[in-house]
Design a protein. Structure first.
Ligand code: HT7
Ligand code: ZN
Length: 872
């Protein structure tokens, strides 16, 4: 497969002003008629051929301006259709046949549990009809759906006509007045039921809101609907963005490659990202649903009204929209916890991507398969960069820049420069150097060093930046990095006033690192400080500062920035873990660092109002994050060291954990509200510690919590703890009962699979293989693949990296099968194998052997691109 290059971008030769589609639905032979009003693009020369994308289509007829074309008038290839000679303006009619039933890739038109649905981003529309399937071709659409056994027929925009044909089939015609690219097209047809509500916009327009689900899920839509209404209001209040159609629909389907899709007026969701019920969904799931509903809704402006010129600009819509949804969730729930959770995930997963063979800039300069670029870099790092912009120019200027962007580019397909230019124009800031964030891959590292001079009362802070080389990018330029900081007085424990170059900055400020190395001399520093750097994670970088453990314990207590207080605790734990990892490797007795125990005791016994933050502070860095810090990953030593810390803490602080657990039990009816969620998290963290030592009371509490069956958060947590313990006598009956109770509910069965395959016990690989035979498992359903195989490979590190290579073999076998069924999911699944460089020689050899085995197969472009990069 050939790469596509950003530098080759050209405006399309022809554009489409209106697209009229008719679908005659049939599982094996759906007929798609398309009438396109085409005209030459004013910026392109005359006489160019018309080139339309098209894949897996069987062409039945083609006519230009009403005249059928002869076979000699056009060329058909695997990639599409070419008509060498066309007029300046014309009407093109085509008719094709497709088979939704056989579409296991879940791109284009497919069937999910008997429901017809579409996924067109990024390049799925070309599997529906011949079309210039690129985001800079924007047309109005009118779509007629003709069905036999499908009571509900939905598409984008507003329904304008309904009726019954002579042959008894019925139809609905939809018109979408907003010009859109093909990737935002959608249709849904089948036996669905709706829950309806209304929203009155800021200008008093009434909008109908509909959530369409299978009948048995009608009681699981309340939270998504409430989230939608909150998100609509938030976007009006925060960004001045109002919804622009009379109808907004969400449809839940069971088979979906990602979380959801922002099709104009007809969002299609993975059912896991819509459906909630206290008995079936955990707090985490409730929060995820809220975030995704908001994210897709926000795309209506950041993505749909203003879209991307080409797929290299993907982060223009995704980075901005993730930033918007993160801010929304922070405003709606606990802001500090949201930031801690986002950063914790980011530093574990995106840093690993940036350090691996598939590292790429937020705006890549080439790709083979665009679906491989829906990555943490494009989404999450893209969001961090937008957040830096907001912080650099300040909220007011950022909002002016956002207004300017939406106003200037409404209805257009634009670039990342267009967005950043609006921010520069609205703020007067020079963002030229800042733009390097978009083109340079890899995680920048800052080496910081500080010295306090007691005689002059000066504090000299030196910051040095470097970005490691990444595949294909050897030379890295210095970036513009905003470093938010405070100087915490060692005597007072307070933030000190900061004066830099004669300018008073206050007690919390941002300094700008632009060069490879810069020195910042703070004057009139009243007492010796410990710097609190990169507050709130002000830039997506790795910060190295030679903090002593005493410094960290001090910051954990005194830092006024909640995020950095949490981070100090993480750093302190990491230092202790480092020693224990070394001890394990050297076969030396492990000794617990009492400073960590003391810090935890203080946390458990001091009054901290925000229980959710406390729960985060009591949570040790994950094995994956610990691994990120190690030069060479020793999965067994990391697991042993972390378990040792958990058990040591539980032994030393058993009574404190018991007290926290007991104080936070509650029988209040379940509500997914911040206070309740916080209380449950804290209680369950305490229970985890008690179960780390299989304390008698802990076991009894876990069993009782499972039996009480109060809500899924508590039930799942208790069941996980039992299943991960050595007490099979308790775990087996609980697991069996849970599996039987929920065998009818696919989303709960996903949880049942996941919690079993994260078991640390040695038989995990065998259990995965066994569960793959379970009637509820299917390789064709992405949620099941993620729940069973993805969870095992990414979250059960000791067993996935088993030294006999069985974990790797299992993953490769699944990838090979999925490569044919669903290349996009197959390519995503390979990720843990691509990180082979981080492991010892024996594991490296085993992992590479599996990658080679995959490479020897006839591969989809998706899998080929990932494997080739991993082995390069
Ligand atoms: N914009 C949507 C992307 C998406 C997607 C991409 C490739 C293959 C399947 C997909 N499903 C959804 C999702 C979003 O970011 O909102
Ligand atoms: Zn998105």
């Amino acid at each position: 497969p050939q790469p596509v290059y950003l530098s080759d971008y050209q405006a399309p030769a022809y554009r489409v002003s209106h697209t009229q589609l008719t679908f005659e639905l049939d599982p094996a032979a759906t007929k798609v008629k398309a009438r396109l009003l085409v005209e030459r693009h004013p910026e392109r020369e005359t006489g160019l051929p018309l080139e339309l994308d098209g894949e897996h289509l069987s062409l039945k007829s083609i006519a230009l301006d009403g005249k059928p074309l002869e076979a000699a008038d056009y060329e058909l290839t695997e990639q599409g259709l070419r008509i060498p000679q066309v007029p300046e303006r014309f009407v093109l009619d085509t008719e094709v046949e497709i088979s939704p039933r056989d579409n296991t890739a879940l791109q284009g038109l497919y069937q999910s549990s008997g429901i017809y649905c579409t996924q067109c981003e990024a390049e799925g529309f070309r599997r529906i009809t011949f079309y210039p399937d690129r985001p800079d071709v924007m047309a109005t659409f009118s779509t007629t759906l003709i069905g036999t056994a499908e009571p509900v027929l939905l598409s984008n925009g507003n329904p304008v006509e309904k009726g019954t044909l002579d042959d008894g089939r019925h139809f609905v015609t939809w018109e979408d007045p907003h010009p859109k690219p093909s990737y935002l097209f959608a249709l849904v047809a089948g036996d669905l039921k709706k829950v309806a509500d209304r929203f009155t916009t800021m200008h008093g327009r009434e909008v109908s809101l509909e959530i369409w689900v299978e009948e048995e899920n009608l009681d699981k839509t309340d939270h998504a609907m409430a989230s939608l209404k909150r998100a609509m209001k938030w976007d009006e209040e925060t960004y001045g963005r109002e919804y622009d159609l009379d109808l907004f629909m969400i449809v839940a389907v069971n088979d979906f490659n990602m979380g959801a899709m922002e099709n104009k007026g007809l969002n299609i969701f993975n059912s896991a990202a819509v459906l909630t019920h206290p008995k079936t969904a955990t707090d985490v799931a409730y929060q995820r649903v809220e975030g995704i509903v908001a994210h897709e809704y926000f795309h209506n402006w950041s993505g749909n009204r203003v879209t991307c010129r080409d797929w290299f600009q993907l982060s223009l819509k995704e980075g901005f929209t993730v930033f918007r949804d993160q801010c929304y969730s922070a405003d709606t729930n606990s802001a500090p916890v949201k930031r801690i959770q986002d950063v914790s995930f980011f530093r574990t997963a995106q840093f690993a991507e940036d350090a691996g063979p598939t590292a790429h800039p937020i705006r890549p300069d080439h790709y083979i398969e665009i679906t491989n670029f829906y990555t943490l870099t494009i989404y999450e790092k893209g969001s961090e960069v937008v957040r830096m912009l907001r912080n650099l120019v300040g909220w007011e200027a950022f909002r002016r820049g956002s207004d300017l962007y939406f106003e200037r580019f409404d209805g257009q397909a634009v670039t990342i420069e267009d967005f950043v230019d609006c921010m520069a124009e609205a703020s007067g800031e020079d963002l030229t150097r800042f733009m390097r964030w978009y083109s340079q891959a890899g995680t920048p590292e800052i080496d910081a060093h500080g010295e306090y001079d007691y005689v002059t009362s000066e504090y000299r802070l030196t910051l040095r930046q470097r970005t490691p080389t990444t595949p294909g990018q050897q030379d890295k330029q210095p970036l513009h990095i905003p470093v938010r900081l405070g100087l915490v007085g060692t005597k007072s424990g307070r933030d000190l006033n900061m004066t830099l170059g004669g300018e008073t900055l206050g007690r919390d400020a941002v300094i700008h690192l632009r060069e490879d190395e810069q020195e910042f001399l703070f004057t009139d520093v009243a007492e010796s400080p410990i710097p609190s750097l990169l507050r709130h994670f002000s830039a997506p970088v790795k910060l190295h500062f030679p903090y002593s453990r005493e410094d960290l314990a001090f910051l954990l207590q005194h830092d006024s920035d909640g995020f950095n207080r949490w981070d100090a605790g993480q750093r302190l734990a990491l230092l202790a873990l480092d020693d224990l990892i070394a001890a394990h490797r050297n076969g030396v007795e492990k000794v617990m660092d009492s400073r960590v125990t003391d810090a935890f005791r203080t946390l458990l016994t001091s009054r901290i109002d925000d229980k959710a933050v406390l729960a985060e502070m009591l949570t040790l860095p994950s094995e994956a994050y610990i691994a990120e810090q190690q030069p060479l990953v020793d999965v067994d030593a990391i697991h042993a060291a972390r378990e040792f810390v958990r058990q040591s803490l539980a032994l030393a602080l058993r009574d404190e954990f018991l007290a926290v657990f007991e104080a936070n039990q509650s029988d209040a009816p379940y509500a997914p509200e911040p206070e309740q969620i916080a209380q449950r998290s804290l209680k369950n963290v305490a229970l985890s510690y008690l179960m780390a030592i299989e304390d008698e009371k802990g076991l009894a509490f876990a069993q009782a919590q499972f039996d009480a069956d109060h809500n899924m958060t508590d039930v799942r947590h208790a069941l996980t703890l039992l299943v991960h313990s050595s007490r099979d006598d308790l775990a087996s009956p609980a697991l069996k009962a849970f599996g039987e109770t929920w065998s009818h509910d696919p989303l709960v069965m996903d949880q049942w699979f996941s919690l079993q395959v994260t078991r640390p016990q040695e038989d995990a690989v065998e259990r995965v293989k066994f569960l793959m035979q379970h009637p509820a498992f299917s390789l064709k359903n992405p949620n099941k693949v993620r729940a069973l195989i993805g969870t095992f490979a990414n979250q059960n590190r000791v067993n996935f990296h088993r030294l006999d290579g069985e974990g790797y073999r299992l993953l490769a076998d699944v990838v090979i099968k999925l490569n044919r069924l669903n290349p996009e999911i197959a390519a995503r699944l390979i990720t843990p194998l691509t990180r082979w460089q981080r492991f010892d020689e024996q594991r490296q050899a085993l992992m590479k052997a599996e990658l080679e085995r995959i490479k020897a197969e006839p591969l989809s472009p998706n899998v080929y691109e990932v494997v080739a990069k991993a082995l390069a």
